[in-house]
Design a protein around this ligand. Structure first.
Ligand SMILES: NC(=O)c1ccc[n+]([C@@H]2O[C@H](COP(=O)([O-])OP(=O)(O)OC[C@H]3O[C@@H](n4cnc5c(N)ncnc54)[C@H](OP(=O)(O)O)[C@@H]3O)[C@@H](O)[C@H]2O)c1
Length: 341
């Protein structure tokens, strides 16, 4: 079977296809013949070697999520069968023709859920759901500010907020995505030419929003905190500002990291504002995540959400897929196809 590996950190051309032995399922595991694999911003950061302690050591195969068909099951697995359509949260290794996954990271999907929609869900919808619903307890009428609004997590967060009857949803993105973001139903804010704190305050009668989703990190968090109303919640869940481009700029990343703001508990108490740090990759409670994915699949079946898939690349064009995201071109999710040569 073929898999994509990163032998050393660097620009997208370090992504190489290699042949490996077919996988064998151990106790409590299944082998999935991969149909589609999701490409996430985190994969780009891992490839650049700036994903922190959570990054796997080289050589490794990136890929947090896959959809496909179970091709074999290990001893002790009774709730899945060969041939079943599934989606799985793999953590790493997803960029492969085959993956081996413990069953508690696998969820069955109905025949009417496409492999594309399924592979687009685990990371983006799970992250958005975990922040807004599990941690944020989002309620009808709540106002929400989403950064990277046109991206994978951004579009998922919008749909989840909408499904929970949120009030005004602000979406910050590059100017080229204005039409796309507005068409979805967000109040678009241009990330370059507008001050999002000002816009949000102005349009909420000076109060600010109930929820801010910030994957940008660094100094940007200060402004996101300012956009919150009293009682509001800020979710800090990424560091896209540490990524300068497709090549390694470790010093730039380090500099931004050092300049990340420090929040005082007294300030949070005084202003009644909360900050959650969120990293789905380090949550070890797979039952919680599985439960969240099951709710998301239900929402998908009920047509309350619908993953927006921008582009599907053949797995051999994986470097191109990474460049596509580096170039800020994606509107919604990017996937890799493992079904054709
Ligand atoms: N903590 C977690 O568990 C977790 C889970 C999933 C995702 N995340 C984070 O959430 C963010 C979104 O992830 P995603 O996979 O859904 O990606 P994405 O938003 O689909 O794609 C990237 C988008 O981010 C924006 N962007 C901001 N800085 C960028 C940069 N330096 N280079 C390229 N694009 C940049 C661009 O949109 P604009 O130009 O329109 O701004 C780009 O289109 C990432 O920071 C990711 O690390 C965290």
């Amino acid at each position: 079977m073929r898999t994509i590996i990163i032998e050393k950190y660097g620009s997208p051309d370090v992504l190489k296809i290699v042949n490996q032995k077919d996988l064998v399922a151990d106790e409590g595991e299944v082998i999935i013949s991969v149909n589609k694999a999701g490409v996430n911003f985190a994969d780009l950061m891992m490839r650049l070697g700036i994903y922190g302690k959570q990054a796997p050591k080289t050589p490794f195969t990136p890929g947090y999520e896959v959809s496909g068909i179970i091709s074999s099951i290990g001893p002790g697995v009774h709730n899945f069968s060969v041939g079943q359509r599934v989606v799985a949260l793999t953590g790493i290794n997803g960029y492969s023709e085959e993956v081996k996954v413990p069953v508690n990271q696998v969820v069955g999907i109905g025949n009417d859920v496409s492999f594309e929609a399924a592979a687009a869900m685990p990371v983006t919808y799970l992250t958005a759901f975990h922040m807004l619903v599990e941690l944020g307890k989002i309620r009808e009428g709540d106002t929400v500010l989403i950064h990277h609004a046109a991206g994978g997590v951004g579009t998922a967060a919008f749909q989840i907020a909408k499904a929970y009857n949120a009030g005004i949803i602000f979406g910050v993105a590059s100017s080229t995505k204005k039409e796309f973001v507005e068409k979805l139903g967000m109040r678009f804010i241009d990330r370059n030419s507008e001050d999002f704190v000002e816009v949000v305050k102005r349009e909420t009668n000076g109060a600010g929003v109930h929820h801010v989703l910030d994957p940008v990190g660094g100094q940007h968090l200060r402004k996101s905190f300012k956009s919150l109303r009293s009682g509001g919640k800020l979710y800090s869940f990424g560091g896209s500002s540490f990524v300068k481009g497709p090549k390694i700029f470790k010093l730039a990343a380090l500099w931004r990291l050092i300049r990340s703001p420090k929040f005082s508990p007294l300030e949070m108490i005084g202003k009644n504002k909360a900050i959650f740090g969120v990293h789905m990759g380090t949550i070890k409670d797979f039952d919680l995540m599985r439960n969240e994915i099951e709710i998301i699949v239900q929402m998908l079946n009920q047509k309350k959400i619908e993953p927006i898939i921008d582009k599907i690349f053949n797995f051999k064009d994986v470097a191109e897929a990474h460049h596509y995201i580096h170039d800020r071109k994606n509107r919604g999710k990017v996937l890799l196809d493992f079904t054709s040569d």
